[in-house]
Design a protein around this ligand. Structure first.
Ligand code: BGC
Length: 762
């Protein structure tokens, strides 16, 4: 049977789901859901809690049968109207015709891939980030997706963790602002709109703090640190209206998040008033057994539902165990109903009861080619990508390059379309990626000269190569050049010798910064370091273009290079954006959202650490101070750092008052001048320090920032308004308080080099 088109679908839902005489109008969400719940049998209820992955585990036929039998509530990983329509048709054949939803990890783009999240954060540009969320929603919804498992807002202070690439860095305030921006952009005017997708904030909670940066490891954390530093970004996303939360795989102080009643019921629902759906991460309910908190599947299912996991992702335990648990009374009808209610509520929010085909559309409107070039948003991708690039070094004004120069572009990542996209690249296609080599070629457009040589493989370590290639199902991620390293290097050196300048594109392949890609070192692999050494020996100016998904310890590379541009994984248009910056068509404006340590041994190293009793003072002997004696202290590059082709200066920091009365505000004013010869953007950052408190407080915390464009020679005075709320923190009793005392206002163009003024709170 060919199934329903839009109006008809609604009619079917109205007839069946609302069959009884007293069927409430769709406008009344609560009444509608209560009524529907009243019609559901137990199996149908349990079915709604099942979220399955579309993959090889089940055939399309079986999936449709299961849906028609009311045994599946939603899917993820299918991503076209043609794929999703038959599943929605099957749902419309089910007894109550409860619509399915279709989810996916649309994290930094759907088909047009934008920079990875860490790159987006480097832009410090909320308007640009909003554009990423909106464009992603437009593309994903056009391909029949209703929900995204994003934004990922886990604070990461240990760059060994491969998923550092997926988050927005180390800072609570910056990540919180981005979290709410992304949620609003994904969900648009309303998550029910045709071109909106429901945002699922993840991974709740504290996933970024896994011990040792080792993925899936435990998290142990004091409550004040949790409340002050790690929880606010999830809360910001929820307060911005996120429809759901994905629960983290890790344990928190010994209790796995998936079985954590305190986390999901007390904190999330009671304290924060969250009303949306909670979804377990992949297979997490089953994993409660290996966490050692459940003896068997039955206990795991019981713990999860009682703790507040509504939907179970790729995990059969709810289906297998809930009937028995309900029968024995170990799980109550009310507990089951509550979970079902949240799932139905999310479907309601996505507009699916009104029109199950709202994003699937009509078959005759299906696009003939999902991956058509015309469906991409290249201009937006290029614009955002160039804003995300961070200039780390530029000696002797090596950059920008001249378009009449002879350029050698070398390195294993110079022409690597898959790597441009970064991890979690949704439905991005490598053939759409503009690589750095291609971006330079297009920018030169026949002028100058461009020679290319690979120069090295990403890694010379066979075991690592095999590990990374395991990640891609379609084709090997990393194409290894079988020639001996010396031959590759020799070719690159010859290319360099013919050139005026060398652009070496080095760093990590995208799989090195991914789920399950934790590292013990932050160095660029040896094969690439050998290449850099040989290039340096040619005496040609050396520009390093870094691609990586975490801070790298690049102290040695810094000595070799004349210029360094951090590009993260910059997306579909990355090569063009990088060329825009290398040739000066765009003046770089990105700032680091995460500290670059000198070595892995310094980790964790983050700018907003607590005050301590024996701090190290630069320039003074380190003995009996908190430091490492083998290398200089402090970061290689601090949080908030990034250069421009222009220069900027701050002056005249002043406060409107030396005292802040509770309930009132004061203004911090500062003048910023473009002291260079080019127009450009910079990011003015305002930090606060609570000098003395009932607990040790951070040495500084970001509280405001503003990215602004200034013409050469132009200056502007910015005013930042600060109030009591900005001074609040969670004390040892977890009270959210602003304590009387002195506060330092520090304003800078990075977190280290700041001007300071003080005021008192009375
Ligand atoms: C990841 C989640 C992701 C899910 C579905 C899991 O492995 O931890 O972040 O949303 O898979 O793809």
């Amino acid at each position: 049977m060919k199934l329903p088109l839009l109006g008809l679908a609604f009619a079917l839902v109205s007839q069946a789901a609302l069959a009884a005489d007293a069927a409430p109008a769709l406008q009344d969400k609560q009444a509608f859901i209560d009524h529907l719940l009243g019609q559901m049998n137990q199996a149908e209820k349990i079915g709604q809690l099942r979220l399955i992955s579309i993959g090889p585990e089940m055939t399309a036929q079986t999936i449709r049968e299961e849906i028609a039998a009311g045994r599946i509530g939603g899917t993820f990983n299918s991503r076209t109207a043609a794929e999703n329509r038959p599943m929605q048709d099957a749902a419309m054949r089910s007894r109550l015709k409860i619509p399915m939803f279709f989810a996916y990890d649309t994290v930094h783009g759907e088909r047009t891939i934008f920079p990875i999240s860490l790159g987006l954060a480097s832009s410090w540009d909320l308007a640009a980030i909003a554009q990423v969320g909106r464009t992603s929603a437009i593309e994903a919804s056009a391909d029949a997706l209703d929900m995204t498992f994003a934004p990922m807002v886990d604070i990461a202070r240990d760059p060994r963790w491969g998923r550092t690439s997926e988050g927005f860095g180390e800072d609570t305030y910056l990540t919180s602002r981005i979290s709410e921006t992304m949620v609003r952009a994904f969900q648009g005017k309303s998550p029910a709109e045709r071109d909106s997708i429901l945002a699922i904030v993840k991974h709740f909670a504290l996933y970024g703090a896994v011990e040792g940066g080792r993925d899936y490891n435990t998290v142990d954390m004091s409550l004040p640190k949790m409340y002050n530093d790690y929880l606010p970004p999830y809360r910001a996303g929820i307060d911005a209206g996120a429809g759901g939360v994905m629960v983290a795989l890790n344990s928190i102080n010994g209790v796995p998040a998936t079985a954590n009643t305190w986390l999901m019921n007390d904190l999330l629902r009671k304290d924060w008033g969250f009303k949306g759906v909670t979804i377990s991460d992949h297979g997490a309910i089953q994993e409660l057994i290996r966490h050692g908190v459940a003896r068997d599947g039955r206990e795991a299912a019981k713990l999860a539902i009682k703790a507040g996991i509504d939907m179970s992702m790729n995990d059969s335990l709810y289906g297998e165990e809930l009937p028995g648990l309900l029968k024995s009374g170990e799980v109550s009808q009310a507990e089951l109903d509550q979970a079902v209610r949240e799932v139905l509520g999310a479907k309601y929010e996505m507009g699916l009861f009104k029109d199950p085909y709202v994003r699937i559309g009509k078959p005759e409107d299906d696009v003939p080619d999902t991956y058509a070039e015309s469906r991409l948003h290249r201009d937006a991708a290029r614009d955002v990508a160039k804003r995300s690039l961070v200039l780390l070094e530029n000696r002797e004004q090596t950059l920008p390059l001249s378009k009449s120069a002879a350029i050698a572009v070398v390195g294993p990542l110079a022409d690597a379309p898959i790597d441009m996209m970064g991890s979690w690249a949704a439905d991005g296609r490598p053939q759409h990626s503009v690589t750095v080599r291609e971006g330079l070629r297009r920018a030169l457009d026949g002028r100058g000269k461009l020679v290319y040589a690979k120069g090295a493989n990403v890694t010379g370590d066979k075991a690592i190569l095999d590990y990374l290639n395991f990640l891609n199902f379609d084709a090997p991620e990393i194409v290894d050049d079988p020639r001996p390293p010396a031959v590759l290097i020799d070719e690159a050196v010859k290319a360099a010798q013919q050139a005026d300048v060398v652009v070496a594109v080095v760093g990590e392949s995208r799989g090195m910064s991914h789920e399950s890609s934790s590292r013990t070192t932050l160095e660029i692999p040896a094969s690439q370091r050998e290449l850099i050494k040989a290039l340096k020996a040619t005496g040609k100016p050396l520009v390093l273009v870094l691609m990586n998904g975490r801070p790298l310890s690049i102290g040695w590379e810094r000595e070799q290079a004349d210029a360094i541009l951090e590009t993260w994984f910059s997306g579909t248009e990355g090569g063009n954006a990088i060329a825009d910056v290398l040739f000066g068509d765009y003046n770089p404006s990105g700032k680091l959202p995460i500290t670059f340590p000198r070595s892995v041994g310094q980790i964790p190293l983050y700018y907003n650490h607590l005050s301590i009793g024996r701090p190290f003072t630069p320039g003074q002997p380190g003995n009996y101070t908190s430091q490492y004696f083998e290398e200089p202290n402090g970061p290689l590059y601090p949080f908030g750092y990034g250069l421009s082709y222009s220069s900027f200066a701050l002056s005249d920091l002043s406060l409107s008052s030396k005292h802040l009365q509770r309930g009132e505000t004061l203004q911090a004013k500062v003048t910023v001048r473009n002291t260079g010869k080019r127009d450009g953007e910079t990011v003015v950052q305002l930090y606060l320090q609570d000098v003395t408190g009932s607990m040790s407080r951070p040495v500084k915390e970001l509280k405001r920032f503003e990215k602004l464009m200034l013409k050469a020679g132009e200056s502007r005075t910015l005013a930042f308004e600060l109030g009591e709320d900005d001074l609040k923190f969670y004390n040892a009793q977890l009270q959210h308080v602003a304590e009387a005392g002195t506060f330092n206002v520090q304003v800078g163009l990075d977190s280290q080099d700041v001007q300071q003024q003080s005021f008192d709170l009375r």
